[in-house]
Design a protein around this ligand. Structure first.
Ligand code: SAH
Length: 463
């Protein structure tokens, strides 16, 4: 419900906790608040002493409605009905607390970043859902946003004077609300006024864009950071990888241009140089570019390479970390990656080299007590296992594989290093997978693992 209550009368009938809540809402407006009640909540008494509300005393009568723009009622049943009928007869919006049949105005769940207010209503059909949506919206909007909106209000004249009306001004406000300036204001890190001056000056001649390298996490959109979501909401252009699922892109600004640059193993796909060209082209056209990657941009994601290329072109780059697959998949199946008395380190390895097969210091990896996660290792799993066995690893070392981790089609199984190659085939692992060597959810004995099939059984039992 959005009403202009400036210098208009709002009547509250009732003096208890609920009435107090409505008065608090009204105090955010410039309404003239009048309260009818036999007894006032102590906080309301203070307000009336300070003159922020006017206490009419007890006993509702109709002419108290004269000139009212809005009525809240939180009284006894009989009064509720009487006030509601009287207000309706005069066509004044009335809200009776917890009595939708007596109300013509419904107060929604709100997210309050005054002067920005978001109202969420379900017409009484699903108040719990509305509350849930409210909580989500609440978490999307930093508490300082209200102060920022006020700041915008105070800048209107200055911007109108310096930034020409039309596209330029629109671009200014878009950058003001969705660009890095807001982050500076909200975090308090950086010289806000200097950056603001720069932004105003920049709109005289089109500015350069920038690129955000954003980690989308392992797949489940709920594992994205708030910052990643915000970047997706700001983006003009989103350049995304194959591993970024459609659920993630739901969070993107609707009118952002989306460019898929996924590399699929063993298939013709865009070369890194082509991706770099796209990023440079879009940023130089003044766009806010989000380079969206699965997991974390710096973990086997070529984030560093892209960053170096962009910075060499003088393009500003920022990085938003994401939950990397090895951690996301582990959490999803309840696997701890370090465990007291079991392993003191946990290594992330790639299972694919530049030209296919990868080489590592197998002897070091094969030592007892090591635990590591292999990315991009599905095709080379047998080869990796053979190398580790050659290097003397205990063949009973447990191995856990998680495919499509955190997604609806997640699968996992436990096997041993000796059986890894076969187990990958038996289980038809085709999606992206993390192979954990030296880690299994339950302490699994060598006996169990040396029987083909038993590992699957174990997995089934565990789930
Ligand atoms: N930057 C990404 C890794 C990209 S390399 C990150 O930090 O997670 C691609 C590899 O990541 C895949 O081959 C696979 O090993 C792993 N991976 C990515 N998403 C995955 C998922 N949902 N489940 C299992 N493994 C995944």
């Amino acid at each position: 419900m959005f009403l202009d209550l400036k210098n208009r009368k709002a009547l509250v009938v009732g003096g208890g906790e609920e009435a107090l809540r409505k008065v608090r809402l009204l105090l955010k407006t410039q309404a003239l608040i009048e309260v009818v009640a036999t007894e006032l909540h102590p906080e309301l008494t203070d307000m009336s002493v300070w003159g922020s509300i006017y206490w009419l005393g007890h006993g509702f009568h109709e002419d108290q409605l004269d000139g009212a723009a809005l009525v809240f009622v939180a009284s006894d049943d009989e009064t509720n009905e009487r006030v509601s009928a009287a207000a309706r007869a005069r066509s004044i919006p009335v809200n009776v607390v917890d009595e939708p049949e007596l109300s013509t105005a419904i107060t929604p769940a709100i997210v309050d970043r005054d002067p920005l207010v978001i109202a969420i209503g379900s017409e009484g059909a699903a108040p719990i859902l509305a509350q849930g949506v409210r909580a989500r919206v609440e978490s999307m909007l930093p508490p300082q946003l209200g102060a920022y909106v006020k700041r915008a209000e105070s800048l209107r004249e200055r911007v109108a004077e310096h930034v020409p009306f039309g596209n330029r001004r629109r671009a200014f406000w878009t950058k003001f609300f969705f660009g890095p300036l807001k982050d500076i204001f909200i975090s308090g890190n950086g010289d806000f006024n200097a950056e603001l001056d720069k932004l105003i000056a920049d709109e005289a001649h089109p500015a350069q864009g920038r690129v955000s390298l954003v980690g989308a996490g392992p797949g489940d959109p709920e594992l994205m950071t708030l910052k990643a979501q915000r970047r997706l909401q700001e983006a003009d252009v989103i350049v995304y990888d194959r591993l970024v699922g459609p659920g993630i892109l739901e969070y993107a600004r609707r009118d952002a241009t989306r460019i898929a640059v996924g590399k699929t193993p063993h298939q013709p796909s865009p070369k890194q140089a082509d991706i770099n060209t796209i990023l440079i082209r879009e940023a130089k056209a003044g766009k806010l570019v989000v380079r969206l990657k699965g997991g974390d941009p710096y973990v086997f994601g070529r984030g560093g390479e892209e960053q170096a290329v962009l910075e060499a072109e003088g393009i500003a780059v920022d990085v938003v970390p994401g939950i990397t697959a090895a951690l996301g998949c582990a959490a999803s199946i309840g696997l701890t990656v370090t465990h007291r008395g079991q392993n003191r380190s946990f290594t992330l390895l790639t299972g694919a080299g530049e030209d296919g097969v990868v080489e590592h210091d197998w002897a070091a990896l094969a030592r007892p007590g090591n635990a590591f996660a292999i990315y991009m290792g599905v095709g080379n799993a047998g080869h990796i296992a053979a190398r580790l066995i050659e290097a003397g690893i205990d063949t009973a070392v447990p191995v856990t594989v998680v495919e499509n981790g955190t997604l609806a089609n997640e699968r996992s199984f436990v096997t041993s290093i000796a059986r890894l190659g076969e187990a990958m085939l038996e289980n038809n692992v085709a999606g992206p997978a993390i192979i954990y060597i030296g880690l299994a959810k339950a302490a699994v004995s060598a006996d169990v693992l040396s029987f083909p099939g038993r590992a699957n059984e174990l997995q089934r039992a565990a789930s």
